[in-house]
Design a protein around this ligand. Structure first.
Ligand code: HEC
Length: 237
């Protein structure tokens, strides 16, 4: 108990005189080293803080707040939302592979309704020439974007928001599978599915055939087989 203080040379455990709070007395000891180190650290830190945030250009609280709000708003946009994508069928293997990944991924789960081979199950066969909502790139992209919630298909698949580029990739992938004749496809619904022939569309637009879907179907719209999307096929292995 008679340890001396290194600074004062006094006994460590001397009582502080004249300091009595309701009978509670205090020893006059040094502060513990861990406490002193912490205290010195705060002093040093304060200098660093003052220099960084008050003298240099460290962001103010307001700027930090604004940055966080901006970052949050950005995180809500789908990746590449600002990107303007040209609506043209993608045929490079990287894009088709990306489309395939989206189609078979666990967030969009297109495959659960359309099957991995696109032969159709809950949703229609996407490899044949018959389409309910149109079989050109634009129509397919629209189908993916708006979905058919009353039939079970959410916009952009089950629960993911896709960027325009991703929609284009998955639509291009679908077109690349055209004519792949998967085994046991979902049967065509003759009441709703219409043979989609690019030439026929043009002919109809030119007024040669009625524009009405049913009539178009019945009128054996151009017997000619639909030109498979030649480019898309070219890159398919
Ligand atoms: C929960 C089931 C379900 C999921 C998941 C789903 N679809 Fe569909 N999809 C359907 C159904 C059902 C239809 C038919 C809508 C109708 O009858 O009008 C359809 C229609 C379509 C069509 C239009 C077909 C046509 O004949 O015009 C396209 C293209 C399509 N889906 C692509 C996709 C893509 C791409 C995804 C993933 C991003 C996807 N679907 C996810 C059920 C689904």
């Amino acid at each position: 108990m008679a340890e001396k203080d290194i600074l004062t040379g006094q006994d460590k455990d001397t009582l502080l005189k004249g300091h009595d709070a309701d009978g509670i007395l205090e020893f006059d000891n040094d502060m513990p080293m861990w406490w002193l180190i912490g205290f010195i650290f705060t002093v040093v830190f304060a200098f660093g803080y003052i220099i960084q945030y008050h003298m240099a250009d460290g962001p103010s609280s307001k700027q930090e707040y604004e940055q966080e709000v901006a970052a949050f708003n950005k995180s809500k946009e789908p990746a590449g939302a600002q990107e303007q994508v040209a609506i043209a069928v993608l045929t490079d293997s990287a894009s088709l592979e990306a489309g395939k990944t989206i189609f078979n991924g666990s967030t969009n789960t297109c495959f659960t309704c359309h099957r991995n081979d696109l032969g159709g199950m809950v949703g229609p066969n996407l490899t044949d020439e018959f389409w309910i909502h149109g079989g050109d790139l634009k129509a397919i992209m629209t189908s993916i974007k708006i979905g058919y919630p009353d039939k079970g298909m959410q916009p952009f698949g089950t629960n993911a928001r896709l960027s325009d580029r991703q929609v284009l990739q998955v639509a291009s992938f679908i077109l690349s599978m055209k004519g792949s004749n998967p085994a046991n496809p979902k049967p065509i619904d003759p009441a709703r599915e219409v043979k989609f022939v690019p030439e026929a569309e043009k002919a109809m637009a030119a007024g040669e055939k009625p524009k009405d879907e049913k009539a178009a179907k019945d009128a054996k719209v151009v017997a000619k087989k639909a030109e498979p999307v030649a480019q898309a096929k070219a890159t398919k292995k």
